[in-house]
Design a protein around this ligand. Sequence first.
Ligand SMILES: [Cu+2]
Length: 79
Amino acid sequence: MPLGLRACHTAQVGDYVIEGHVPAETIFRLLKEKPDVKGLGVPGMPVGSPGMEGPGAQPYTVYSYDRDGRTQVYQQMNP
Ligand SMILES: [Cu+2]
């Protein structure tokens, strides 16, 4: 996990590592598309992400990262 994506929760889903508040729909997309990445991450704890619902929800970004620690935008969320 690249340092910038380190977050509070880590989960293993199949061969992927999910870091932080990644929405279930994004994980389903990952399992369907099976990109050649190590996993997904959401840095920090954005308000509006799963488990962080509430007033003041903000757009946030789900990143993918590969074995070399390169990150890429995987999905833009607008809760
Ligand atoms: Cu959290």
